[in-house]
Design a protein around this ligand. Structure first.
Ligand code: AMP
Length: 396
């Protein structure tokens, strides 16, 4: 995948449709509680402005399901952008997003101007990837830039549709995601270790299968580990277990062996009788999980074992927590994994979603080589899938 980037575009005097990911959390008053996604877009926006582009921003926010919803308006985002950019951002308030009036206004933009359209998902045609809607959007621009990695695993009008209708490139954020995910995955510095956790095996089958062909070691923790432990013949008590995936877990362990990949499972686990932060909890060997308990975190010996593997690695990918890290009693495994990656001298890549949330929670984000901005999109890249929102961008 060698996609055109911002540096490949002639920007001066051109109208650029820039798809961003401004899907930020809002509180009950409609105030933005975390603006990191907006901050992340600033570099691309400033570059396009400084090059003399007319920059029209497009994003979704939440799930309005194709209808106007005042609570999901992008107006607060426009205000925050103005503060961060220290310049005017024209917000095109329009329940239909691009009615004729808005289009006329957009056409009046000058070089260096920045505008923001209303939440693109107020139109059902967006997620339907409607061709007419995409053409209508495209009529407002000369160039299209995709800098919204988090929606790139979907073919929508404002990514796939626009890329089909305009000369295109990826923005700085997507460029960085591709550099870490695709280049590293294709040509990793070895040893290459993947750490996969999270609740269920069923969500990560594709990821595990694909990574088995690439990594030297695969560490499995979190809720999904108990299905593997069961497949090894151990009793897992009340731990989260996918009965219908036990055979698959056996096959995956066999595949690992035949591909020369070391598959590393927890050897001890923190158990409790209830799924409760204040429940009494203690550590047992995975071969001795009491019937009336459930495993909610990895134990100390597993932590040391995983850390040893991580410190020897030159490339590490992590997706999914090692335990129920939302509860302080069961956060240690996930926290120490984050610390272990922070300590590593190798390239460290964190998939989006819960592992990114954990790294932020433990304030170790600055210690990682890369934290993905897209949970679903990064999982699909790890599965070896092609992302339509990126595949549709022109090749260099
Ligand atoms: P995922 O979205 O698949 O990455 O899963 C993340 C969720 O898995 C988090 O909410 C964790 O609380 C949960 N999780 C991790 N370990 C366990 C476990 N041992 N038992 C139950 N849930 C777990």
């Amino acid at each position: 995948m060698n996609k055109k980037t911002l540096k490949d575009l002639q920007i001066k005097g051109k109208s650029i449709l820039l798809r961003c990911d401004f899907n930020v959390p809002l509180d009950d008053q409609g105030d933005i509680t975390d603006d990191r996604r907006i901050q992340g877009a600033i570099e691309t926006i400033e570059y396009l402005k400084d090059q003399g582009g007319k920059v029209l921003l497009i994003s979704h926010l939440g799930r309005p399901k194709g209808k106007f919803d005042s609570k999901l308006s992008l107006k607060p985002v426009a205000k925050r952008l103005e503060k961060l950019l220290n310049t005017e951002v024209v917000f095109y308030s329009d329940e239909k997003v691009i009615s004729d009036q808005t289009k006329r206004e957009v056409l009046k933009m000058n070089e260096g101007d920045i505008g923001l359209l209303e939440n693109i998902r107020f139109r059902k045609e967006e997620t339907e990837n409607d061709e007419t809607f995409a053409k209508d959007l495209a009529s407002m621009g000369d160039l299209y830039v995709n800098d919204a990695f988090g929606t790139s695993h979907r073919a929508h009008a404002s990514n796939f549709g626009l890329a089909k209708n305009l000369p295109s490139a990826v923005g700085f954020l997507v460029e960085k995601e591709l550099e870490f995910f695709t280049k590293t995955l294709e040509n990793p510095k070895r040893p290459f270790v993947a750490i996969i956790g999270g609740a269920k095996v069923s969500d990560k089958i594709g990821v595990i299968k694909n990574l088995l062909g690439k990594v030297d070691q695969l560490i499995i923790g979190g809720g999904m580990a108990y299905t593997f432990l069961k497949a090894k013949g151990y009793d897992v008590g009340k731990s989260i277990l996918e009965e219908d995936k036990i055979i698959l877990a056996k096959e995956l362990m066999q595949n690992a062996r035949s591909q020369g990949v070391e598959l590393i499972l927890p050897v001890d686990t923190v158990v409790a009788k209830e799924f409760d932060n204040s429940a009494e909890h203690w550590t047992v060997d995975v071969k001795n999980i009491p019937n009336d308990t459930m495993g909610l975190d990895i134990g100390e010996i597993s932590i040391a074992l995983f850390d040893e593997t991580i410190q020897k690695a030159n490339t590490i990918i992590w997706n999914g927590p090692m335990g129920v890290f939302e509860m302080s009693s069961y956060e240690k495994g996930t926290k120490t994994m984050a610390e272990s990656l922070a300590k590593s001298k190798g390239v460290t890549i964190i998939g989006g979603g819960d592992s990114a949330a954990a790294v932020e929670k433990f304030q170790l984000a600055n210690e990682m080589s890369h934290i993905s901005t897209g949970g679903g999109a990064s999982l699909e890249l790890l599965e070896g899938k092609i992302l339509p929102g990126i595949d549709s961008i022109e090749d260099k």
